[in-house]
Design a protein around this ligand. Structure first.
Ligand code: ADP
Ligand code: ZN
Length: 650
């Protein structure tokens, strides 16, 4: 996301259509002024006007007489008037004749005969007046429409991109390799097979293998999604087409769509190739979640075009679309369907080992003093992404340079870290020891409940590395089967138990509760409310549907129509509260029973920051066996889940 290399050149006017418009207007007006000014030919005539002592209004025939008697030296003819400069006894006189015949060929002849200097202003009376006032406007709109057309055909790039017609999106051949990306080993593993396909497409095509078309890289900003995509292209040495989702959203409806068309056309021409779409959420936002202003036509058209393009090329075309987002939850489900971005790869913030590896990569280009201890740096930078680490190294180099040092010292790095954290405060906070402890218990609570509850999704990974805004840790789950569109009641209830696990763990093991569970509780409440009011899953409301989503994409989406009495509202609230209380009691009992397992999990988390789902299961199993308990692990016989529909509890 923070890729500065070659994305933003020439984008200034595209990103600022209003400024482009203003610049245009000025250029047009200036050109017009110059053009018309020259036409009037007044410049030379004003000289003749100098020193005029008197102006006399005369008739056309009088002017003619004056010319004939050689009283006139210079003269200006316009369609409506003749201005003549002559000499009278007293000095220079200006004669003005206002009623001029439309055409009088003898007049010019007369002027020539009497050697009068004259200038003329071309045009034809009223018509000329009209043209001179309307022309600029016509010209202006002409150019405007011309540009708009050009752009919607996708020929030019942006409002001022006329000059470089033809090539809209440039490809590059990055020399980034997998070795340049660290700390995201799983993601690397997942994209490695893409490299093989791009390198030897024939092998796969001959076998009739279906190749993934789209891979969604999901993760916080600066974790190396762009870098990873480049590395795929670099390893396969194929062209890399890079665009940003937000750059598709232009002034004119249809521009984004035509650009998508262009992009794919170009990529297919240069196949095998990689298309990288950064910030895909800018175009891929759910079409029903239109936001306060309702849907956005432009975005929708762009999205539809993207879907059409992805459906349009076969799995035998070696073009792979990688897209990046840090908000997968807002994406339109249509984007994630089979044959589109049906693979999601998590590109997460690095753990300790990852940070160390990234620091090593980026310190290759600078001079480090031998006393520098990168382990210490890695330890001190929990919660930071790769881009932050790269910045820290650079900042340290600048600090050392300012003090005229020959090498970067540990001191410089530590100071750079401090600065980074000050800059990132709140947004990407470094968590303190107490917070770490709270988060570890909280996440362990989620993880335990997820493993023990039938219908809950398995734990893939538990992490106490802060992720994005607000979330200090998270537990990642995978659903059991692919493409689940339906949820059963017991699964929804399981979700509630898992959500409550975080708060319950805090209460039992930390002895106090924190604000960290707010989001969980909100979600649990929402699920219950929906069960009652939308899905007819309760006794209070029975099968009666009380809330409907109206409008959908067209009326701004997501407007909820509530159709029930005050009394019913009260009954619903009471029911939600009593179910939550009930479940919370159960969850607390479960956690207390498994206290030792929670302690072990927490210990592991505090040490490693991230633990795998398998480790969670192992800890539970060890605990159960040690105490001769019958296993409550809900997932023991379950088969491996797919990568689809990752969910996270914070
Ligand atoms: P994203 O696309 O996820 O926002 P970028 O790929 O643009 O992140 O990362 C910006 C820069 O930060 C990279 O060019 C690289 O220098 C550095 N960086 C980020 N993540 C990593 C990583 N995992 N390994 C090495 N360098 C990284
Ligand atoms: Zn939580």
């Amino acid at each position: 996301m923070a890729d500065q290399n070659n994305k933003n050149d020439n984008n200034f006017f595209k990103d600022n259509p209003l400024i482009a418009f203003a610049v245009f207007s000025i250029v047009v007006i200036v050109i017009f002024k110059v053009f018309v000014g020259a036409n009037e030919g007044v410049n030379t005539f004003t000289q003749a006007n100098r020193g005029v002592v008197q102006t006399k209004k005369v008739s056309y025939s009088e002017i003619k007489e004056l010319v004939k008697s050689d009283k006139i030296k210079e003269l200006k003819i316009t369609p409506t008037l003749i201005e003549a400069i002559g000499k009278d006894g007293a000095g220079k006189v200006r004669y003005i004749a206002e009623k001029v015949p439309a055409s009088d060929p003898t007049f010019i002849q007369l002027l020539d005969e009497h050697k009068v200097k004259y200038v003329g202003v071309m045009g034809g009376g009223l018509m000329a007046e009209l043209i001179s006032s309307i022309l600029p406007i016509l010209l202006f709109f002409g150019i405007w429409i011309f540009l708009a057309k050009r752009m919607s055909k996708g020929v030019g790039g942006g409002i001022l991109g006329v000059g470089k017609a033809g090539k809209l999106i440039n490809s590059e051949k990055p020399d980034v390799k997998f070795d340049d990306v660290a700390g995201v080993d799983e993601a690397k593993e997942e994209v490695k097979e893409i490299v093989d396909f791009l390198k030897y497409p024939e092998r796969y095509i001959e076998l009739g293998a279906k190749i993934p078309k789209g891979v969604l890289l999901v993760g916080p900003p600066g974790t190396g999604k762009t870098l990873l995509a480049k590395a795929v292209a670099g390893e396969a040495s194929v062209p890399f087409f890079s665009v940003s989702g937000s750059s598709f959203i232009e002034m004119f409806v249809g521009v984004g769509a035509s650009r998508v068309r262009d992009l794919f056309e170009q990529a297919k021409k240069e196949a095998p190739a990689i298309i990288f779409i950064d910030e895909i959420d800018a175009i891929g936002k759910s079409r029903t979640a239109g936001g306060p202003m309702g849907g956005n036509d432009e975005r929708e058209q762009t999205l539809n075009q993207l879907l059409a393009e992805m459906d349009g090329f076969g799995t035998d075309t070696p073009v792979i679309v990688l897209a990046a987002t840090n908000r997968p939850e807002v994406l339109d489900p249509a984007l994630l369907r089979a044959g589109r971005f049906d693979r999601q790869v998590l590109v997460d913030k690095p753990d300790f080992e990852g940070r160390l590896a990234i620091l090593k990569i980026h310190s290759k280009d600078v001079k480090l003093s031998p006393e520098v201890n990168l382990e210490e740096i890695a330890k001190a930078t929990a919660g930071l992404a790769g881009a932050d680490l790269a910045n820290i190294i650079n900042e340290a180099a600048l600090l050392a340079g300012r003090q005229n040092k020959k090498q970067i010292e540990q001191k410089d790095l530590m100071e750079a870290i401090e600065r980074a954290f000050v800059g990132l405060e709140k947004k990407n906070r470094k968590i303190n020891e107490l917070e770490k402890k709270i988060v570890s218990y909280h996440e362990s609570g989620h993880a335990l409940m997820a493993e023990l509850t039938k219908g809950a999704t398995r734990v893939t990974k538990v992490s106490i590395i802060p992720r994005g805004l607000g979330a200090l840790g998270y537990t990642l789950h995978l659903p059991d089967e692919e493409n689940r569109f339906l949820k059963q009641k017991h699964e929804l209830m399981a979700e509630i138990d898992v959500l409550l696990g975080g708060r319950a763990a805090e209460e039992i093991f930390v002895g106090d509760i924190s604000t960290g569970a707010g989001n969980d509780l909100q979600r649990a409440t929402d699920i219950l409310r929906d069960m009652i009011t939308k899905y007819g899953m309760s006794e209070v409301a029975g099968l009666m549907v009380l809330e409907t989503n109206s409008g959908g994409a067209f009326l701004g989406g997501g407007q909820v129509i509530k159709d029930y009495s005050e009394k019913m509202a009260e009954a619903i609230d009471d029911t939600i509260k009593s179910i939550l209380d009930d479940r919370y009691k159960f969850v607390k009992e479960t956690l207390s029973e498994y206290a030792e397992a929670i302690e072990n999990m927490t210990q592991e988390l505090l040490e490693k920051e991230v633990i795998e789902g398998s480790k969670v299961q192992e800890i539970i199993q060890v605990f159960e066996e040690k105490h001769g308990k019958e296993s409550r692990l809900a997932h023991v016989q379950r088969n491996q889940g797919s990568d689809e529909n990752k969910q996270a509890e914070e």
